[in-house]
Design a protein around this ligand. Structure first.
Ligand SMILES: C[S@@+](CC[C@H](N)C(=O)[O-])C[C@H]1O[C@@H](n2cnc3c(N)ncnc32)[C@H](O)[C@@H]1O
Length: 284
């Protein structure tokens, strides 16, 4: 889908999309607003050990954040860049668990305002900072970070090579990068193509071909370390949990044909070709 997609994902528009996401949570009412559609402060897919594991999306999302933190292997001597930081949940957890200093960037002004408020009010003040910035044009000097992570943010950057090049530039040699991304896991059945297209275009996202990653990383100065397909632990349950929130807020829709509902999540639950990967690389 990456090559054929018409998604352009202009950073400012992606920023407004996330500003609107906050407003949609307000529309859903107090309970959903407080939990950001069930995500909590970690705005990405959850990780469940088994298909039926009895944990909620917010807890499963924190688990995926922890998997990223563990792979980054940083400590209190390090300065970490969080690319596409959302409302700051992963950056705060990174700082708390490792002692590292963390700088988060996002293209959503509302997210940055929220993240700054939380960062300044807690015990991590001075160890975390957040700013409005575009990952495709990072406002930092060369070699200025010891490590970087991008939790479900490069999905909004159709030009993966360009963002990897920018991250490579601001990372010191030896610095590690951990990211998650959507990939083309298997051919999507024709009946599912419209719902996948609606999901991707509606959220200004693209998927990649996994085999493109190793050469692309090498070209921009990374040594590729690990790519893991974690789809079986992430996608189905996340779409199920998001669908529950949507159907609670929209009880009048007929759930017979999930592929035509205004929200694509119910139709995405059984799309096994929609993959989710976790990647680790090191700056050479
Ligand atoms: C799915 S959210 C993930 C948020 C956060 N990583 C988390 O896990 O909680 C995607 C994030 O990527 C950010 N983003 C998208 N395109 C960006 C760009 N070009 N530069 C910086 N941030 C970007 C969005 O603003 C949003 O914060």
């Amino acid at each position: 889908m990456s090559g054929k997609s018409i998604v352009t994902a202009i950073p400012e528009e992606v920023g407004r999309l996330y500003d609107r996401f906050g407003e949609e949570c307000l529309d859903l009412g107090a309970a959903e607003e407080a939990s950001n559609f069930g995500f909590g402060e970690h705005l990405h897919f959850g990780y469940w050990e088994t298909p039926d594991e009895d944990i909620s999306l917010d807890i499963a999302a924190i688990r995926l954040t922890d998997m990223v933190i563990d792979r980054l292997k940083v400590d209190h001597t390090h300065h970490v860049l969080d690319i596409g930081c959302g409302v700051g949940g992963p950056a705060l957890r990174m700082a708390r668990r490792t002692g590292a200093r963390v700088t988060g960037i996002s293209v959503s002004q509302d997210q940055i305002t929220e993240a700054v408020a939380v960062g300044e009010s807690g015990d991590l003040a001075g160890r975390v900072d957040f700013r409005l910035a575009d990952a495709l044009d990072l406002p930092f000097p060369d070699d200025s970070f010891d490590a970087a992570f991008a939790l479900e943010s490069v999905i909004h950057m159709p030009d993966r090579r360009r963002v990897l090049q920018e991250i490579s530039r601001v990372l010191r040699p030896g610095g590690r990068l951990v990211l998650t991304d959507f990939f083309e896991r298997a051919p999507i059945p024709a009946v599912k193509l419209p719902v996948v297209k609606r999901l991707l275009e509606g959220s200004m996202m693209t998927t990649v071909k996994v085999e493109n990653y190793p050469p692309m990383l090498r070209d921009v100065g990374f040594m590729f370390e690990e790519i893991v397909d974690i789809s079986a632990h992430t996608t189905r349950r996340t779409f199920m949990e998001m669908s529950k929130v949507w159907t609670r807020a929209n009880p009048d829709f007929d759930l017979e044909d999930v592929n035509t509902l205004p929200d694509p999540c119910p139709g995405m639950v059984d799309v096994e070709g929609f993959g989710y990967l976790l990647l680790v690389a090191r700056r050479t």
